[in-house]
Design a protein around this ligand. Structure first.
Ligand code: GLY
Ligand code: MN
Ligand code: MN
Length: 444
């Protein structure tokens, strides 16, 4: 559950990380991959924000400690994992608890070699000499970056007339994004758990929704549900937007009291063993939708249902988005918000005033997970093992000046899906989507 070095790999099997590294080794040729776990950030003077490791670093090592560096390099038919980890600090451990030292980490994490972090300066230059490419994310770790730059200028520049010329420093995503896009069975179990915790907590949170309650109360109720069910917390800042705030896509102040007759849009997701859930529902604060809120809500619910009916292998992300915007455009015409024909609206993109985002994103270790949305110039074809959200919405912020009747209506409905061999699996547990079901959930 929590990212504690005494619970290595968060319950994942060590073979999983080994298998992933094998795939990377087979793609490395004469190159190396260098990843930092990240540093502890400060909230205020000497107060630290709970640490979460870099997703790529965790994906290949299973290690959740700050200030670690992993170097992967091919070696014969296999490869080496060389780790640099902080030395044990007994004074610090009085405050933060026991940590693993290099020898324990070497044994538990299947590393070829584990050094103390301060030895990086000594070893990294020779580890980087004579390699063709260095996969390293610029900006991810200033100390490592400085070392990489000084190493390559001393180790590679003199050889620019002969062999041993460095071809470049490349983004690790070239090696890892495509692997991470296709989830394995263990990852899927963790995403299912994150999604289940998320939806169960949503159901519980609804009971706190009433006029006069603060948006922050729904945030607290939702996140209490996450923690109570064993999640490490929220995967991203919880969005509780009522009234005009429902139209702010990533609103997270959650500082307004909800009023009679408002809508409230709640977008939250639990993080379970570093994997994210991501769900949105929109509720009428008083328990029933006004007729105009209901009309907008039902258009979004219709777009959601149409999109998920088409979610299966072979379909592209663009197909799903087109189904969604087609529905939304028809709805905007019916409401009298837009004029002309569906085709004109789609061609001009005039629906974007009210639906400015995409229908889906990948989901995994990162909420907006890695993976190309376009491949060889075309929209990505869905394949089994991909996990994504479906999240249509319509938003009428007060800045949409001509539409006073619709002011402050913001609606989004979002769930998480796994593409299976012949369709899709809803990963969040079913929570009402239709307006009637939402009203009866509120009543209950
Ligand atoms: N919560 C961010 C998103 O739904 O994409
Ligand atoms: Mn989302
Ligand atoms: Mn969301």
């Amino acid at each position: 559950m929590d990212c504690n070095s005494k619970k290595p790999m968060l319950g994942f099997s060590p073979e999983l990380f080994e298998e992933r590294r094998k795939k990377v080794f087979s793609k490395l040729d004469n190159s190396v991959l260098l990843l930092s776990s990240g540093s502890v950030k400060k909230k205020s003077r000497d107060i630290e924000i709970p640490f979460r490791p870099d997703s790529d670093f965790f994906y290949l090592t299973g290690l959740c400690e700050p200030e670690c560096v992993a170097l992967l390099r091919p070696n014969g038919s296999d490869g080496d994992l060389i780790l640099f980890v902080p030395a044990r600090d007994m004074d610090k451990e009085i405050w933060i608890g026991e940590r693993m030292g290099p020898s324990e980490i070497k044994e538990q994490f299947g590393a070829t070699e584990v050094y103390e972090r301060h030895q990086l300066d000594q070893y990294l230059p020779s580890l980087l000499s004579d390699v063709d490419k260095i996969y390293f994310r610029i900006g991810s770790d200033r100390h490592v970056q400085d070392l990489v730059l000084s190493s390559i200028s001393s180790a590679h520049l003199p050889k620019t007339r002969g062999s041993g010329r460095l071809e470049g420093i490349l983004e690790p995503g070239y090696l890892l994004d495509e692997m991470r896009l296709f989830k394995d069975a263990e990852e899927l179990d963790h995403i299912r758990k994150a999604a289940l915790i998320t939806s169960e907590s949503f159901e519980e949170m609804v009971t706190y929704c009433r006029p006069g309650a603060g948006e922050w109360e729904l945030e607290a109720a939702l996140e209490f549900g996450f923690r109570r069910r064993g999640a490490s917390g929220a995967a991203y800042p919880t969005i509780v937007g009522s009234g005009a705030n429902s139209c702010v896509l990533h609103y997270s102040d959650n500082a307004r009291r909800m009023g009679e007759g408002d809508l409230v849009l709640v977008d939250g997701g639990a993080e379970y063993n570093l994997y994210a859930g991501d769900m949105t529902r929109t509720f009428p604060v008083s328990g029933t939708f006004s007729s105009i809120q209901k009309a907008v809500y039902e258009i979004v619910a219709g777009a959601y249902k149409c999109a998920i009916e088409h979610l299966e292998p072979g379909v592209t992300l663009a197909d799903i988005h087109q189904k969604t915007v087609g529905n939304l455009a028809d709805g905007l015409l019916d409401l009298g918000v837009l004029e002309g024909s569906t085709e004109e609206i789609l061609e001009k993109g005039s629906y974007k005033t009210f639906f400015p985002h995409q229908t889906s994103h990948w989901l995994g270790l990162d909420v907006h997970d890695v993976g190309d949305y376009v491949k060889e110039g075309s929209s990505r074809v869905l394949e089994p093992g991909m996990v994504l959200t479906v999240e249509p919405g319509l938003y009428f912020p007060p800045s949409t000046k001509t539409l006073e009747d619709f002011f402050c209506i913001g609606v989004r409905i979002e769930d998480d899906f796994l593409i299976t061999d012949n369709g899709c699996e809803l990963m969040t547990s079913p929570l009402p989507v239709s307006a009637e079901e939402v009203e009866s959930l509120m009543g209950a």
